[in-house]
Design a protein around this ligand. Structure first.
Ligand SMILES: N[C@@H](CCC(=O)N[C@@H](CS)C(=O)NCC(=O)O)C(=O)O
Length: 237
């Protein structure tokens, strides 16, 4: 059975969504980030950059175990394994990849940094806060325009581009204080995603992860939190 190494993050939620859509059986392995389990030698052997999510497929391409890190690479791997959600034609596939890559290269990192500067940075970081928030607003506008022009990011068909973008466009704009009221394309697409059986299939597993990770965070020391955020005595420069 596939193993998913997971923690509370939209990047893990993408993989749970994909596993729900493809109905692949899996076992969830929690990585306790506030306990720094991502830095253990066992986890580093799976992911050289020590981040979740990671999957291990016991029946990989050569018949033996195969490990995949980076959420975009995981979605592509599972799409390839099941022959689903990648686009039916070369043109559709190219469109899906463009939106997938915009998500992994830009949407996730910009919204992630906007959240970091909004919640974790000390006062006096207005430049960083406004920089990433402005990028987040611009991205919401771009994805909204696409979703007013097309039903799904890849065009007519639901794909891994939607799976990648949904966990970032679902709650994050609101958390950042960006109202989706002016984004009818986004709102329509969010309503469609949040009721898909494939999304709902493992959503309770994700809620349980959130509950457990919050309990870890509440018990974490200042130093644990600094280490998780890579700041304080963990600054590298
Ligand atoms: N580009 C990666 C991002 C993964 C990522 O940032 N994971 C975070 C979850 S919040 C993590 O593992 N953080 C722990 C750490 O940085 O030590 C992906 O899409 O999979």
């Amino acid at each position: 059975m596939l193993e998913l190494h997971a923690a509370t993050t939209p990047n893990t939620l993408k993989v749970l969504y994909m596993l729900g859509e493809t109905q692949l059986p899996f076992r969830l392995r929690r990585v306790r980030l506030y306990r720094h389990e991502q830095f253990s030698p066992a986890f580093r052997a799976l992911h050289p950059h020590a981040k979740v999510p990671v999957i291990v497929d016991p029946e990989g391409p050569g018949g033996g175990p195969h490990t995949v890190f980076e959420s975009g690479a995981i979605l592509l791997y599972l799409a390839g394994k099941t022959g689903r959600l990648l686009g039916e034609t070369p043109a559709a596939r190219s469109t899906v990849l463009q939106w997938l890559i915009l998500q992994v290269s830009t949407l996730g990192p910009m919204l992630g940094q906007a959240a970091h500067f909004g919640r974790a940075a000390p006062a006096g970081n207005d430049y960083g806060r406004r920089r990433y928030l402005s990028e987040a607003v611009r991205l919401c506008e771009t994805f909204d325009a696409r979703l007013r022009a097309a039903r799904f990011l890849g065009g007519d068909d639901f794909s891994i581009a939607d799976i990648a973008a949904f966990p970032w466009l679902w709650k994050h704009p609101g958390m950042l204080g960006i109202s989706t009221a002016d984004y009818p394309g986004l709102r329509r697409w969010i309503a469609e995603n949040e009721t898909r059986p494939g999304f709902l299939a493992h959503y309770e597993d994700y809620r349980e992860l959130v509950r457990l990770d919050r309990a870890d965070r509440d018990r974490a020391s200042e130093d644990d939190i600094d280490r998780f955020l890579g700041r304080g005595r963990y600054w590298r420069v």
